[in-house]
Design a protein around this ligand. Structure first.
Ligand code: ZN
Length: 478
């Protein structure tokens, strides 16, 4: 049992106990604390927050975002940084299986009213244009393995060079669409094999493409800088690195389990397998992880292009401006102050979104004055948010990544019937395409925490600022 001390109504502390190098900090309201609601099964995510605090080299605190829930090793919604110069480790469980899973938001030239007559045609066009599900089929059939190599090395820039998008898209991608230091040689043959077939496909589970309209603007100045105004129709895409990323995570968890004893590392949970960042295995993982991240950036670039084509076909107006593309499963080498000194850290964000403050050097010129867009998809049919990074943001400049599960897929299946759900979504004016009844039930809104409350905590806890809320009008489910 983990004991929580209330620091503020939006911030709770786990005191460091045996083995913990730092405290745990949980950003949540009382109502959002794991296991406080109707989850049914005991959620172990707070134990996981405490376990992460035992990792070698971890600094400041092991953090949990307000949408935290039980994950593999790290909780989903977990943030932790390790000091590279002091034996700090990297852990694949702190990135997750869907490496660089993330969200891309595009804004159309249509208003809600203009779209309405064309919505059924648009949804049908998206239904045809967006490959999804577990299997094969993708927007881009890579001709040769050398093409995959370029994808892994160069990310979205390569896709744009090959005609899949506009140069300007890259300005609004995290890392300009490619993580440096990707090492395709560390990507196993099995991971490559899975990757060849799937670049430009949504996947299954909670991945989706939504047509949304800007419902409420909370901060006009920032919303204007992002190109968001009430009634503007947008497209939100949530997808990741598909089987390739999953295979890389599997490969390196196995490898690190074996390597750990060599570095004298013991962890309280074998899912937290890790090695020092400055070790051959650590460098190899980060090289493979960067390659998977680049794959995911290409994947979302291609899905965005497919959406542009569908808009062109169905509405004759295909211009979709990229608002932003950001990951929520990644480890990054960043510099942050620790005890008053700048340190090189390996920042793990798993189910957490980087949220750079205004004035940060890595921001695009048009975002420099207002901070980085933070894209927060809600559960199916409930609406999504755009937030912005703030000065002095907590948890190494991180914020939430979604609503956060409170029911397992299995529990959701028992509670919700997909058929009823499809009917109620359609009754609410939300067009649904491509989802199986089972898939719908697994992702039902009741299975998730309330995204409004999650975002409210982010704002009150000083992690990010609320900019706009988007309402779904159509969903394509993986
Ligand atoms: Zn995701």
């Amino acid at each position: 049992m983990v004991e929580l001390k209330e620091e503020t109504p939006y911030r709770w502390r786990i005191e460091p106990e045996t083995g913990m190098h730092v405290p745990g900090i949980v950003y949540a309201s009382r109502a959002l604390l794991p296991d406080s609601g109707k989850s049914g099964a005991a959620d172990q995510s707070l134990v996981q927050v405490a376990n992460v605090a035992t990792l070698p080299g971890v600094v400041t605190a092991s953090y949990a975002m307000p949408d935290v829930h039980w994950g593999y090793g790290f909780p989903i919604g977990g943030v932790a940084a390790t000091d590279i110069g002091r034996g700090g480790v990297v852990s694949p469980g702190g990135v997750g299986f869907d490496i660089s899973c993330g969200v891309r938001l595009l804004a159309s030239e249509l208003t809600d009213d203009e779209l309405r007559p064309a919505l059924p045609a648009l949804m049908d066009a998206l239904d045809r244009a967006i490959p999804r599900g577990m299997g094969k089929g993708a927007v881009w059939k890579l001709a040769r393995s050398s093409e995959l190599e370029e994808v892994l090395l160069r990310g979205a820039g390569y896709a744009v060079e090959r005609g899949h998008g506009e140069q300007g898209d890259l300005d609004h991608c995290e890392d300009r669409g490619a993580v440096a230091d990707a090492d395709p040689d560390q990507v196993s043959p099995r991971a490559r094999e899975r990757g060849l077939q799937q670049v430009g496909s949504l996947g299954s589970g909670n991945h989706f493409l939504e047509v949304e309209t800007v419902e409420t603007v909370y901060d006009e100045k920032i919303a204007e800088a992002y190109g968001l105004w009430p009634g503007r129709v947008c497209v939100m895409i949530h997808s990741g690195s598909r089987g390739l990323g999953h295979q890389i995570c599997t490969d390196f968890v196995r490898l690190m389990e074996k390597a750990m004893p060599r570095y004298g590392i013991a962890v309280p949970d074998r899912q937290l397998a890790c090695v020092p960042v400055e070790s051959p295995e650590g460098r190899d993982y980060l090289g493979a992880m960067a390659a998977a991240a680049n794959y995911s950036r290409v994947n979302r670039q291609l899905l965005g292009e497919a959406a542009r084509r569908a808009f062109r076909d169905a509405t004759k107006r295909g211009r979709l401006e990229l608002v932003y593309d950001v990951s929520h499963n990644l480890a990054k080498i960043e510099t942050h102050p620790v005890d008053g000194r700048e340190r090189r850290l390996c920042v793990h964000r798993k189910g957490a979104t980087r949220a750079l403050p205004p004035g940060h050097a890595e921001l695009a010129p048009d975002h420099a004055a207002v901070g980085q867009p933070v894209l927060v998809p809600g559960s199916m049919g409930t609406g999504s948010y755009v937030l912005a990074g703030v000065p002095n943001g907590g948890a190494f400049y991180s914020a939430c990544h979604g609503a956060g599960r409170q029911m397992s897929r299995h529990q959701a299946l028992k509670h919700v019937r997909g058929q009823n759900l499809a009917a109620s979504l359609e009754a609410a004016g939300i067009a649904v395409r491509g989802a199986s009844r089972r898939g719908l039930a697994e992702e039902a809104p009741d299975a998730y925490k309330d995204v409004d409350s999650v975002v409210e905590v982010c704002e009150h806890a000083g992690l990010a600022r609320t900019v706009a809320k988007l309402r779904p009008v159509g969903v394509v489910k993986g």
